[in-house]
Design a protein around this ligand. Structure first.
Ligand code: HEM
Length: 510
């Protein structure tokens, strides 16, 4: 499926495809490309490229070709898909210096203004210092408060659970990143981010916009018939730039007034004082870009994963009952869990793992890019290829995870403990190699405290219609780089009077 385009745009396309197609053919070397679906002259697999659930099509092609590395030709854009841990480790880990670039999708970067990725070493160092496995413990108090606030918000308004998850993720990350309290009603930043994030999620999928396959289309003016992508890009560009500039300016203002709460931005700007004067502006831009990345990469992924948790509880009520029984034994009914309880709660930990695996929210991670020719297992990986680790295929490998589409936390347990022999979903759910999600330790700790707090105090059940029949959710996701549950109904009620009292006495204060 490809986007609908007018006949005038088709004629320009034909010329451009001819140009790119012949250029690409000239560059071919002797080694064969990895196997892949049959191609048509010049346009390759362009007509087969799915615009939704790409990971499933990649997986099916991989099976057809009996290969964990396949090649797809999208009208001259070379896409290589890796579907096993062995292949992702070989390329993304062992050859990380070659495979760690990001794809410069023209729609996203040039037209929409997402040009502040954290590719540079300076960004990654800033991030690592604040978010490594030990440093993230500093965020436990904020994560605990965010989980307690969530419980109170659900008690007061149990209807739209995804709204509460988005609020939790946005408030937590605004606090940690900028020291901004986004919990106040009418806060401008959470809505601002919503529009920018929607654009990012849609435009990050390779093949979603034709301009990514044929970059010269970016010069087509927005009034040209069929150039809807230009109008769409303009709207998203404004949201992107506002997301980059506005919260950062707010944090700087608070710092100047002396009223800022400690945050990634305040700490990084304080450290900037030591930079030479001629580098200050440049370093400040690095901090600004890193902060915007944290927000953009951390908020929707966290909210979507929590939505998947609710889907899982609706799909497998028995798992919910077992997790609640474990919490009741360890904490006593109506008590809220804390981080120190995690070791005594293997079933709850297994629920979190299975949520990250079952319908993982970043099924193709974020695509990587290789800028030089390489070869692997006798195949040629052409320079300029988009290289995708098919996280979804890895986390649904039947040999590693029998009955892979079922939600079964037990698969991670043996003798009442987490079984180290079973590969945890963390090996793929947060991406690969040098570009692996730097927020993963914070993500897993905030998922644990939120899931455990909800299970300790709330019952999550299917909603009922006006005839009292259970309403089965679709378990479907919004199609984007980040799979977010589509709107669904469910019933969330307190488990007991003690649970209500514990929530009301907790640290969440709105
Ligand atoms: C459950 C929640 C999360 C999931 C599933 C997730 C997943 C991912 C994935 C798959 C990638 C791409 C890795 C690759 O290119 O191979 C990524 C990148 C990233 N994540 Fe996360 N993430 C989550 C939460 C967070 C949080 C809470 C933060 C920030 C505090 C964060 C910050 C980032 C950043 C900055 C990048 C870009 C790294 C780069 O481009 O080098 N993520 N994440």
């Amino acid at each position: 499926m490809i986007p609908a385009i007018s006949s005038s745009l088709w004629s320009i396309l034909a010329l451009i495809i001819l140009f790119y197609g012949t250029r690409w053919k000239r560059n071919r070397s002797r080694l064969p490309l990895p196997p892949g679906p049959k191609t048509l002259p010049l346009i390759g697999n362009l007509l087969d490229m799915p615009s939704e659930r790409q990971w499933e099509a990649y997986h099916a092609w991989s099976k057809e070709c009996n290969s964990d590395i396949i090649h797809i030709d999208a009208a001259g854009t070379s896409i290589v898909v890796l579907s096993s841990m062995e292949a992702v480790r070989d390329l993304f880990d062992r050859r990380s210096s070659l495979y760690s670039d990001r794809v410069r999708l023209p729609m996203l970067v040039e037209l929409m203004g997402w040009d502040f990725g954290i590719g540079e070493r300076a960004h990654r160092k800033l991030f690592h210092d604040a978010f490594n496995v030990n440093a993230v413990k500093q965020f436990h108090p904020q994560e605990r408060v965010a989980a307690h606030r969530l419980l109170r918000r659900i008690l007061n308004d149990p209807k739209d659970i995804m709204k509460h998850f988005r609020h939790l993720a946005a408030v937590l990350i605004m606090d940690v990143t900028y020291g901004i309290d986004a919990s106040i009603p009418g806060d401008p930043y959470t809505n601002l981010a919503k529009e920018a994030m929607h654009g990012l999620s849609v435009a990050s999928l390779p093949g979603r916009f034709l301009v990514d396959t044929i970059p010269a289309l970016k010069y087509v003016p927005s009034w040209f018939p069929g150039a809807d992508f230009q109008r769409q890009a303009k709207k998203w560009r404004k949201a992107t730039r506002d997301l980059l500039e506005m919260p950062f300016a707010h944090a700087k203002r608070d710092i100047a007034l002396g009223s800022a709460s400690p945050s990634f931005t305040s700490r990084s700007l304080a450290a900037l004082e030591a930079s030479p004067n001629n580098k200050k502006r440049e370093h400040e831009n690095v901090i600004k870009g890193t902060a915007a990345n944290m927000y953009s990469a951390g908020s929707d992924t966290t909210a979507a994963t929590l939505g998947t948790f609710v889907y899982a509880m609706l799909a497998n009520p028995e798992a919910q009952r077992k997790a609640q029984a474990e919490l009741d034994v360890v904490l006593g009914p109506g008590h809220l869990p804390d981080f120190a309880d995690e070791v005594a709660l293997p079933y709850v930990s297994a629920v979190v793992k299975e949520v990250l695996r079952w319908k993982n929210v970043t099924p193709i991670a974020f695509p990587h890019f290789v800028s030089v020719d390489d070869d692997y297992r006798g195949y040629r990986i052409p320079a300029g290829s988009i290289v995708i680790g098919n996280t979804w295929a890895i986390l649904h490998d039947e040999d590693m995870y029998p009955d892979p589409h079922a939600f079964k936390p037990e698969r991670f347990l043996l003798g009442g403990k987490l079984n180290p022999a079973v590969q945890g979903p963390e090996v793929a759910a947060f991406g690969f190699g040098r570009r692996i999600c730097p927020g993963r330790h914070m993500a897993t700790s905030s998922l644990f405290i939120t899931v455990a707090s909800m299970l300790a105090t709330l019952d999550i059940k299917k909603a009922r219609d006006e005839h009292g029949n259970e309403v089965e959710p679709s378990y479907e996701f919004f199609p984007g780089l980040i799979s977010t549950p589509l709107p669904f109904k469910c019933s969330i009620t307190p488990r007991s009077r003690q649970a209500v009292e514990a929530i009301n006495a907790s640290s969440g204060n709105d």
